[in-house]
Design a protein around this ligand. Structure first.
Ligand SMILES: [Zn+2]
Length: 107
């Protein structure tokens, strides 16, 4: 369902194609992980906590970035993603919890 020439990108979480402006562009820079149209190694993600969880758990985040996400970065990313969507974590607790990430809980 393409309308006109809306650029379409693929979310690495759910792997669905969406209009570019519906997705978050995440780029690994020397300052860390940044959101926005920045040059560099990056990927697209829905503004959906579910997609973030899938991208992290599936190892896709790591593959696209070429490195692992730090706890700080995952927490910040979590806030950015969930801040623009309903707070439904994979477990329904509103955040990525320890059982979702297999690591420490992120507040
Ligand atoms: Zn998605």
């Amino acid at each position: 369902m393409r309308r006109g020439h809306v650029p379409v990108r693929t979310c690495i979480g759910c792997r669905k194609q969406r209009p570019k402006h519906d997705l978050l562009r995440l780029v690994s820079t020397e300052n860390g992980l940044e959101i926005g149209d920045i040059e560099g190694r990056g990927f697209y993600l829905c503004r959906d906590v579910d997609c973030l969880v899938r991208a992290v758990k599936g190892g896709r985040m790591k593959r696209f970035l070429g490195r692992s996400l730090s706890d700080l970065e995952s927490a910040a990313l979590m806030r950015d993603v969930s801040g623009q969507n309903s707070l439904d974590g994979a477990c329904g607790k509103g955040v990525i919890c320890c059982s979702c990430t297999g690591g420490d809980p992120i507040a």
